[in-house]
Design a protein around this ligand. Structure first.
Ligand code: P6P
Length: 338
């Protein structure tokens, strides 16, 4: 009977957020409207990405499709969709996208109280081989939506009111935190709705998987090299960790969130700030990890305490199971004492 009740008691993402909103009597439903526009963008990208597999038919980027229309690169198309959906929501005043060099300041008549930072299609180089990719976003509440400045988004990640990602893989999974835990939703294509499938996600305290591009090992600093060495040749007689690296941040982080372990994109001699972007990759994923009981570290500090100086700034990142990240922190602390 319970299963039957569940089947008919559809907890859609919109209903879930409305329930959450009732915890904030002061909110005027703005966040729900904003989120529904982000969800709309993700549904569009999900169908576009799945169709991309038939790219030969609809024309690859730069070519023309059967209607002779200029085919946009999927990440450019996705960016256009998100920018338009966020502006038309009437709830945003600043947008920062991985695809746009400059921040977008929404025209005054359409301004709202939120700033959204996002990577519309992270890992898009993996599209042509069918590897999972994703959209990553973070949301700040702005102080001054009348005359907003860039300072509203050059804020530490701990000031975000919400963060999440949508992974386009074997299924389309939307993972969200509004600051009260982490919940996962799966798109039911027959309904066109995201249904709650992973309530209250908690990351295991310790994991058996490490996730890093070992191809960069030559350029790692001491503590990172020591940590990875320990994953492979544990000193305490425990079994070595498995290496899993997909090379698509959303997929690697999603696996880490559900299975535990650690994802790292460290600094190296070639890129002293690592590769991943602070505002729309490091902060949202760090926010989710902390909300799920894990943690996120830059090699120097708690990732969410970082204050960005530039909207496309990069940072090294070590995130995942609480105890695994603690080991990295101890190795960096020992290095600092030298
Ligand atoms: P590398 C994809 O290009 C991306 O931005 C992230 O999704 C991913 O985690 C990382 O870069 C992979 O980088 O240098 O290991 O190929």
């Amino acid at each position: 009977h319970a299963a039957e009740a569940n089947r008919t008691d559809l907890m859609t993402i919109t209903r879930f957020v409305l329930n959450e909103q009732s915890r904030h009597p002061e909110s005027r439903g703005d966040f729900t409207i904003l989120l529904s526009n982000i969800v709309l963008g993700c549904k569009f990208v999900c169908t576009a990405v799945n169709k991309a597999g038939l790219a030969k038919l609809i024309g690859l980027a730069g070519e023309t499709n059967v209607q002779g229309e200029e085919q946009k690169k999927l990440d450019v198309l996705s960016n256009d969709v998100f920018v338009k959906a966020l502006i038309s929501s009437g709830r945003t005043c600043i947008l920062v996208s991985e695809e746009d060099e400059q921040a977008t300041f929404v025209e005054p008549s359409k301004r709202g109280r939120y700033a959204v930072v996002f990577d519309p299609l992270d890992g898009s180089s993996n599209i042509d081989c069918g590897v999972s990719i994703g959209t990553i976003f973070g949301i700040y509440m702005v102080k001054d939506s009348i005359e907003p400045t860039l300072d509203e988004v050059l804020q530490p990640g701990k000031n975000m009111v919400a963060a999440g990602y949508c992974m386009y893989g074997s299924s389309c999974t939307f993972v969200l935190s509004t600051g009260a835990g982490v919940n996962g939703f799966t798109l039911d294509p027959s309904l066109g709705e995201f249904i709650l499938t992973h309530p209250d996600i908690k990351i295991p305290k310790k994991g058996k998987i490490y996730s890093v591009n070992e191809g960069n090992a030559k350029n790692w600093d001491g503590p990172t090299a020591k940590y990875v060495e320990r994953c492979k040749f544990p000193k305490d007689g425990s079994s070595p960790k498995s290496l899993r690296y997909i090379g698509s941040m959303v997929a690697d982080v999603h696996r880490t969130l559900l299975y535990g372990g650690i994802f790292l994109y460290p600094a190296d001699k070639k890129s002293p700030n690592g590769k991943l972007r602070v505002l729309y990759e490091v902060f949202p994923m760090s926010f989710l990890m902390e909300q799920a009981g894990g943690q996120a570290f830059t090699g120097k500090q708690r990732a969410l305490d970082l204050v960005p100086m530039d909207i496309h700034e990069r940072s090294p990142i070590f995130l995942g199971s609480y105890e695994d990240v603690e080991e990295v922190k101890a190795l960096y602390a020992a290095e600092d004492k030298k």
